[in-house]
Design a protein around this ligand. Structure first.
Ligand code: AMP
Length: 374
């Protein structure tokens, strides 16, 4: 019990977006102090944290200052430079370590990890040149998708190849460095699952979420995912295997494809809370943020139970004004606003969670608002 990070200690968060903000809410509820490192003044997390270091994530001096003032350090996004974190590990407890970051920052390493752990993935190949792309396109076939191995998110840094004449245009992605070519999975559904593990090896898996994207941005999640109980069990087993294999501490999101034949293919890992897990704030006995804070502070983990099925819808910049009206029109809907000052089109500004006994009716009600174009 000696390595518990107790209430009133300070948690440092690298990154000041909505994920850090919701982590900070959970931390504050439990009596922790919170410091955040982020370059943007008044960023979503800074509005909740006790203090804010306004500097870039890769500013080594600023990170050192954050580390020195904290008892435990965590991050809200995966593109933090692992070597910069390594340099402050003698100053502060970093329970998540850096191995997980190194894997999730690199699509090739991530795929190799899945394969090594016996988790099914779509066929893939490393691509360093247009010749590689030509050769591997023949082996993998069409359609396929070329992705930069580093730095892409929400579909950025990706090119779908439908035929051989797409190779020339797709190859421009190689200017950004090594890529990975993946076979296109003709999925029936995209699902994700959040898993938490603590240093003692206790694992808690959240219910499986069904995710609907638009322009590669998550639009809606439905929980539990409308897949068979057996498939849900399989997803949960995959989550446990991954958490164990990674020696995970904290929360991790796993995205998977489900085919019509009921096959599962792992797509991606997110070494942090995930948008598709936001439903857990109201719909579960503990949220993904609560469980993350418990895990990184060394506490025991409860099993997570779903209190009620839920529909979660993202509020992007173009939805914000009308979504605010739902506070009045739909008092039982949980409308979250991340406190961002500028509502740009496509920018995640908040989300809504609706607890429901009738998912179809709720989906219709959401559609009837006319705010979202599905
Ligand atoms: P990613 O950044 O890898 O999560 O990809 C963004 C989105 O593109 C995914 O949520 C899928 O909708 C789609 N996608 C990516 N890779 C594949 C694939 N191999 N097969 C089918 N769809 C994919």
């Amino acid at each position: 019990m000696s390595n518990l990070i107790k209430p009133h200690s300070t948690i440092g968060i690298i990154g000041g977006g909505q994920l850090g903000r919701m982590m900070a809410f959970s931390a504050k509820e439990r009596g922790y102090q919170v410091g955040v490192l982020d370059p943007t003044p008044n960023c979503p997390t800074a509005q909740v944290a006790d203090w804010h270091i306004e500097a870039d994530y890769d500013d080594a001096e600023a990170l050192l200052s954050l580390a020195k003032q904290c008892d435990v350090l965590t991050y809200e996004f995966e593109n933090v430079d692992a070597s910069t974190i390594e340099r402050v590990m003698d100053q502060v407890h970093v329970p998540q370590g850096t191995d997980l970051l190194l894997i999730t920052q690199n699509r090739l390493k991530e795929k190799e990890f899945f394969k090594k752990s016996g988790i099914p993935v779509a066929s893939y190949a490393r691509i360093d040149s247009i010749e590689d792309l030509k050769n591997q396109s023949e082996t993998i076939g069409y359609p396929s998708v070329l992705k930069t191995i580093q730095g892409g998110y929400d579909g950025k840094g990706q090119f779908v190849l439908k035929k051989s004449s797409d190779i020339e245009s797709a190859a421009t992605l190689l200017e950004q460095g090594t890529c990975i070519l993946e076979k296109w999975v003709s999925f029936q559904m995209e699902v994700s699952v959040m898993v938490t593990r603590n240093e003692r090896g206790t694992i808690a898996v959240f219910p499986v979420s069904e995710n609907i994207h638009q322009n590669n941005i998550l639009l809606k999640s439905i929980v539990p995912a409308r897949i068979s109980k057996d498939l849900q069990k399989e997803v949960k087993q995959i989550a446990e295997t991954i958490a164990d294999q990674l020696n995970l501490v904290g929360v991790l999101g796993i995205e998977l494809f489900v085919t019509e034949q009921g096959e599962l293919y792992a797509n991606e890992l997110a070494p942090r809370p995930h948008n598709s897990g936001h439903y857990s704030i109201e719909a579960c006995t503990d949220s993904q943020f609560d469980m993350h804070i418990r895990a990184i502070c060394g506490y025991s983990l409860p099993e997570v139970e779903l209190l009620k099925p839920a529909v979660m819808v993202n509020i992007l910049g173009e939805h914000l004004e009308r979504a605010h009206e739902l506070n009045e029109q739909q008092p039982s809907w949980h409308v979250h606003d991340y406190g961002k000052s500028e509502a740009k089109v496509g920018r995640k500004m908040g989300h809504i969670t609706v607890l429901t006994d009738d998912v179809n009716q709720t989906l219709n009600e959401v559609e009837d608002t006319g705010i979202w174009k599905f």
